[in-house]
Design a protein around this ligand. Structure first.
Ligand code: NAD
Length: 499
């Protein structure tokens, strides 16, 4: 069942239905809600830092800023709890199954918080919460072999947990991307200290509160704070592994920070995914899928299509078809009924996307649709289609992570493939054609972590691996492969002992 739900989360299909999410009156909340950190199974910290609603720019909640002594307490608790947690796989599975059920039971509450702090529609937020439960449930249920025989009666392999995993996550999918980390890390027998983004801490803090009493004290700690709390986590002597999703710049800083102690590190970083259209596509037939492959979550998806390569002969028809879809989209506060795309999540990102857009326009690009939205407040930008973008513009060469999509005409497909493979980004890439096998042959030439045929940013669920090449990441998330990354391989020469 989660396959369907997760496709809704990541491909934006939820928005193709009438978006009549529950009428949750977030924007009219009179009082600031307060959230606690979870350290050693108990609520901790004093909520003093405001969380803004990106649709109004007004605070609606307050969260703690983790102090150095609170962070030490979280790591002490995680160290203390880890061995007992690692000792009993059945207990881990049961606790994670209960945790998945708790998330399911709190779907509406968590979705309401998520929409308020992230900006996405309540319908999309519900999809994200459902996906989170599916991920935790998958790692509760998946069979993990205790020992694998390599040479009969002689050599086997086993795995043991690393210890305390420091998990650091971004603001685009705060809840599910946290689950991508803590669920496999916990199932593998580690304890976790998790820090969400300072722009979207509330939903993950609430998750920590809900799981107190479900997961043993100290096993799952949730702290909140700015980048410097993340830095302290990466340098903490009790951290055995850092698992991070976020920007390439922070990923590089983390890789440098862990080098001294050779801590294990997993990095899921930015993307600048190309979508390549072949000349046999029907522009109108593909327009909606292509649009949502780029604009799901307002383009704030690591693996969204961020540049579209179009054969010269199809350029105008593809542009017209995408503009037609874009102009039908309802933009507004995520909590308003029927809204399909909300605001950009935060002011620095809003300014960054507008700067990239303005730079392209100053250099001669044409805005076919989109640009500023009508709202007086909030970080709104309508879905924007750009053409005539000169080569070398950052909107093509860098990750925009927002609702602006450049169309790039081409006449030489081999040159497009060469250009993509020369990029430092290597998360995903898609090829679109009436002949899927022809598209696949081109897709297999792309040196990227994920290749999509006639679709983009598809995610079938926790059983499928997720990986980026070059600067887009180190390591694998999800599936049994992702779980293995939270453990150490041990080779056993049994010398006659039973394997
Ligand atoms: P960010 O790197 O600014 O922040 C992410 C998290 O890291 C936050 O919790 C932040 O406080 C923390 N942080 C920042 N600097 C740190 C440091 N030096 N040491 C430790 N922690 C630090 O990223 P963001 O702006 O929140 O997220 C947007 C970026 O994330 C985009 O580039 C996007 O592509 C990427 N992203 C990647 C994936 C993926 O799986 N590949 C998924 C989602 C988002």
């Amino acid at each position: 069942m989660f396959v369907i739900e997760l496709e809704l989360v990541f491909t934006g299909q939820a928005r193709r239905r009438p978006c009549a999410g529950p009428n949750l009156e977030v924007s009219t909340m009179a009082q600031l809600q307060r959230f606690s950190m979870t350290i050693n199974g108990r609520s901790s910290g004093t909520a003093t830092v405001p969380v803004l609603d990106p649709a109004t720019e007004l605070p609606w909640a307050e969260v703690p800023e983790c102090t150095a002594s609170e962070l030490d307490a979280a790591f002490r608790a995680a160290v203390g709890a880890q061995a007992g947690w690692a000792a009993d796989d059945r207990a881990r599975r049961e606790a994670l199954r209960k945790a998945a059920d708790v998330v399911t039971g709190a779907t509406e509450e968590l979705a309401r918080l998520l929409s308020a702090e992230q900006g996405k529609s309540v319908a999309d937020a519900i999809g994200e919460v459902q996906g989170t439960a599916a991920w935790i449930g998958f790692y509760a249920d998946v069979e993990v072999p205790d020992l694998e025989v390599v040479v009969e009666k002689s050599v086997g392999t086993a795995r043991f947990p690393l210890g305390v995993v420091a998990a650091i996550t971004p603001w685009n999918y705060p809840l599910i991307l946290s689950a991508w980390k803590f669920a496999p890390a916990l199932r593998a027998g580690n304890s976790v200290v998790l820090k969400p983004s300072p722009y979207t801490p509330a939903t993950v803090l609430r998750l920590g509160e809900l799981l107190q009493g479900i997961l043993p004290p100290g096993v799952f700690n949730v702290v909140s704070g700015g980048d410097e709390v993340g830095v302290a986590m990466t340098k903490h002597p009790d951290t055995a592994m850092v698992t991070f999703t976020g920007s390439i710049a922070a990923g590089k800083a983390i890789a440098a920070a862990v080098a001294d102690d050779l801590k294990r590190v997993k990095l899921e970083l930015g993307g600048n995914d190309p979508a390549i259209l072949l000349e046999d596509v029907d522009p109108v037939a593909i327009a909606e899928d292509l649009f949502w492959g780029a604009f799901t979550n307002n383009g704030q998806v690591c693996g969204a299509a961020k540049r579209v390569y179009v054969p010269e002969s199809l350029h105008d028809a593809v542009c017209d078809a995408l503009v037609a879809v874009a102009e039908r989209i309802r933009v507004g506060a995520g909590t308003e009924e029927g809204v399909q795309l909300g605001p950009i999540n935060n002011r620095p990102q809003y300014e960054r996307v507008r700067k990239l857009l303005n730079s392209a326009v100053s250099a001669g690009a044409t805005v076919r649709t989109g640009g500023a939205a009508e709202q007086e407040r909030g970080y709104f930008l309508r879905p924007t289609i750009l053409t005539d973008v000169p080569a070398g513009q950052p909107i093509i060469d860098e990750e925009q992570f927002g609702p602006v999509l450049p169309l790039i005409p081409y006449s030489d497909l081999d040159a497009v493939v060469r250009e993509i493979n020369a990029s430092k980004y290597g998360l995903g890439g898609s090829v679109w054609s009436a002949d899927p096998n022809r598209a696949l042959a081109i897709g297999r030439r792309l040196r990227v972590g994920m290749v999509y045929i006639n679709g983009h940013a598809i995610n079938h669920g926790p059983h499928v691996p997720f990986a980026g090449a070059r600067w887009s990441g180190i390591g694998v998330e999800n599936s049994i492969e992702g779980l293995k990354e939270y453990s150490q391989l041990q080779v056993i020469y049994a010398n006659g002992a039973d394997l």
